[in-house]
Design a protein around this ligand. Structure first.
Ligand code: SF4
Length: 301
């Protein structure tokens, strides 16, 4: 396993509470890194020797603006490329966008992604993302993307096993709050068809998320260890997909196999693989308390 990018969930708190959010971000959520914790994590990341990129995400990372500035500065000083994902709530005018972004450009921010879709902040969002992008451009910060999520729509299945039946299309992955808030009424597919994980490289992950409780996530709410209990080098060195209690099953046959082997009672249909995976994992939290954590990832504020 060669880890090249570390995504820091600086906080679970967010000023928005979007239906599609994987991590149940909301104003009621709790948990944020401290500066000493961040500095220790980045030093461990540097010692690992393979990580090239550190991304700051949330929740909403700009809610902790001073900490974000110091975090980016620390990552930059250690030689990492630094990026941020934000909903852009702070870019209420061109001048304000400059006020918030200039200190980050000054300490070495390389990239920023700002959301622009109906899920983030309503109609004003498009203007905010444009202000943010305009100033990022002016300051020489690369805009990797403006996240624009299509709302789910109904399409016809191209899977021969479904014979053109209605299924859900769009960009949303139905895990976290999306699995609960957005799936009712959407067309699904028989649960047995979800026989692989379509989005994460669970066998050889090159990217993981680290939350403010120290949990290192292979996928949101599916962890490989706790960095506040064991060093990063040790967790990464000891990771073997085939001995991880849930990853081995996911690799053997996707979320369907996870549900089957653990005898989880399923619904007849699920909207996508993540919907089945998240629902199954939620049912298994008592059985696997060390790897299906923390509560925040399962909607418990
Ligand atoms: S199938 Fe499961 S492990 Fe794979 S991306 Fe979806 S929620 Fe994550």
């Amino acid at each position: 396993m060669r880890l090249t990018s570390l995504h820091i969930l600086l906080t679970y708190t967010c000023n928005f509470e979007c239906d599609h959010c994987f991590v149940w971000g909301s104003p009621q959520q709790s948990g944020a890194f401290t500066l000493p914790q961040l500095e220790d994590v980045f030093q461990q990341a540097a010692d690992l020797g393979t990580i090239e990129v550190i991304y700051f995400e949330g929740g909403e990372a700009f809610l902790y603006h001073p900490l974000l500035i110091r975090g980016v500065a620390c990552a930059h000083a250690l030689g990492f490329k630094a990026g941020i994902v934000s909903n852009g709530y702070w870019a209420t005018s061109v001048e304000d966008a400059r006020l918030w972004l200039e200190p980050l450009a000054g300490v070495g921010l390389d990239e920023i992604d700002v959301s622009s879709d109906v899920y983030h902040g309503g109609e004003q969002q498009e203007a905010r993302s444009q202000y943010a992008m305009q100033i990022a451009d002016e300051l020489g910060i690369y805009q990797r993307a403006v996240f624009t999520l299509n709302t789910p729509y109904t399409t016809r299945s191209t899977d021969p096993r479904m014979k053109g039946e209605p299924v859900t299309g769009g960009d949303i992955m139905f895990r976290g709050r999306a699995a609960v808030a957005l799936t009712p009424e959407l067309p699904g597919q028989p649960w047995e068809l979800f026989d692989s994980c379509p989005h994460e490289n669970l066998a050889q992950p090159s990217r993981v998320h680290l939350d403010p409780y120290g949990y290192l996530h292979l996928c949101q709410g599916l962890v490989m260890g706790n960095l506040f209990e064991r060093p990063l080098k040790e967790i990464i060195g000891d990771y073997h997909a085939q001995t991880h209690p849930l990853v081995a099953e996911l690799l053997a046959g996707g979320p369907a196999e996870l549900a089957r082997r653990n005898k989880v009672k399923t619904l007849p249909r699920y909207v996508d693989a993540c919907h089945l995976c998240y629902s199954t994992r939620e049912a298994l939290r008592d059985k696997y308390p060390a790897v299906l954590v923390p509560d925040q990832m399962y909607g418990i504020a």
